[in-house]
Design a protein around this ligand. Structure first.
Ligand code: GLA
Length: 379
């Protein structure tokens, strides 16, 4: 990586940060409804190396791409740079918008999260750059500031209307833990996820069906949720309790909105139950039923799954997984499956065979352990 910086710019980097992609164990599309989620960081991520300049320019290059983008910081405006570099310079723009002076810098990014896999390659990119820029210029940001700057890059600079799930996970997750997030208070706590100790594995199945959140479906779901909250007279769907659900559904006439509400309300409840199991003395296998129920809800009520995700989940379940579900925004991307250590190969093979038989591109399957959130790389 240090070679990459020297190759690109002919001088050494001054500091480097790594930030991970994420899976979400449960709690999908709840973040922008001020509900709950339980992500964990992937061992895959983005490394950003930086060095200062004093001429007001930002130069960005990537180990994965030949283009070098060079722009005056003063000229940065939402959408002014497209593609991966937009997420990078968007962070610089967001720091400036937050009142920081950024005199200029060179950046090299190196990523291992597959793009469009639903594993938050963009949040990993934003958070690695945010950590590195903050460190380089001693801007004094706390984790909440880094999350905010990374989100502004995504929401306001690139223009994708996501919630805070991905950036919170990328900044705050810790090794061997999942991260419980309450998106109303932004309070978080680590939840032990010792799968090894329980003889379990968490498989990530990247279906290779590429998702695009910019295409309007994600924004439509957000709009449907706020419309439903408005009709129900609550600030956010988070405010509808589990036991109030039948009454709330009865007050809505649009079947689409009824389905959206049912997903959000039951999903929030499933997150809380999952956390209860993992924090109690219970067997982590017990969360499997919540994972699968979450998938069914996302497929039938929130309608964000797709053929490849359903095939991955159903095949994993049929071949012995305790639970499986799509993870992330949906419309393609990845699924996760909770399996016995000894069943890993059988489940993987069954999924590969099912995709082959359906004439689909072979998925990429790997087992993960929860990794560490964004941090400075020493040396
Ligand atoms: C995407 C968004 C997140 C979240 C998930 C769905 O990953 O970036 O904010 O809404 O979808 O849970």
């Amino acid at each position: 990586m240090s070679d990459a910086f020297r190759t690109a710019y002919g001088r050494p980097a001054e500091c480097a940060w790594h930030a991970p992609g994420r899976i979400n164990i449960i709690g999908e599309h709840t973040d922008y409804n001020e509900g709950f989620a339980l992500p964990a960081a992937l061992p895959l991520g983005v490394t950003a190396q930086v060095a200062a300049r004093d001429d007001g320019m930002v130069r960005a290059s990537s180990v994965q791409d030949d283009d070098v983008v060079t722009v005056p910081i003063a000229d940065l405006a939402p959408g002014s740079v497209q593609g991966w570099a937009g997420y990078v310079v968007g962070v610089v723009w967001a720091f400036r918008e937050a009142g920081h002076r950024v005199p200029g810098l060179d950046i090299v990014v190196d990523g291992s999260v597959p793009i469009g896999s639903g594993l938050s390659s963009s949040a990993a990119l934003e958070c690695a750059v945010a950590g590195a820029v903050d460190d380089l210029f001693d801007l004094g940001s706390d984790p909440a500031d880094l999350i905010a700057v990374a989100r502004r890059s995504e929401n306001d600079y690139v223009g994708v209307p996501t919630g805070a799930l991905d950036q919170s996970a990328s900044v705050l997750c810790r090794e061997a833990e999942a991260l419980f997030v309450d998106f109303r208070t932004m309070r978080t706590r680590g939840v032990p996820l010792d799968l090894d100790g329980a003889g379990l594995r968490l498989l990530v199945i990247d279906t290779q069906a590429r998702h695009q959140l910019v295409d309007g479906e994600y924004a439509r779901r957000r709009a449907e949720c706020s419309r439903a909250a408005e009709l129900l007279g609550v600030p956010m769907l988070r405010d509808v309790d589990d036991d109030e659900l039948p009454g709330a559904l009865g007050r809505l006439t649009d079947p689409v909105l009824q389905r959206r509400v049912r997903h959000i309300v039951t999903e929030d409840a499933r997150v809380l139950r999952t956390v209860q199991v993992l924090e109690g003395q219970g067997d982590p296998r017990a969360i499997g039923a919540y994972l699968y129920a979450s998938h069914v809800s996302l497929r039938d009520d929130f309608e964000v799954s797709c053929r490849e995700l359903d095939l991955a989940v159903d095949t994993a379940m049929d071949s012995g997984a305790h639970g499986a579900r799509m993870t992330g925004g949906g419309f393609g991307g990845s699924a996760i499956a909770l399996v016995e250590d000894g069943d890993t190969d059988a489940v993987t093979e069954a999924v590969m065979d099912a995709f082959d038989a359906a004439g689909l591109t072979a998925p990429v399957v790997f087992a993960m352990q929860p990794a560490r959130g964004a941090h400075r790389l020493e040396g």
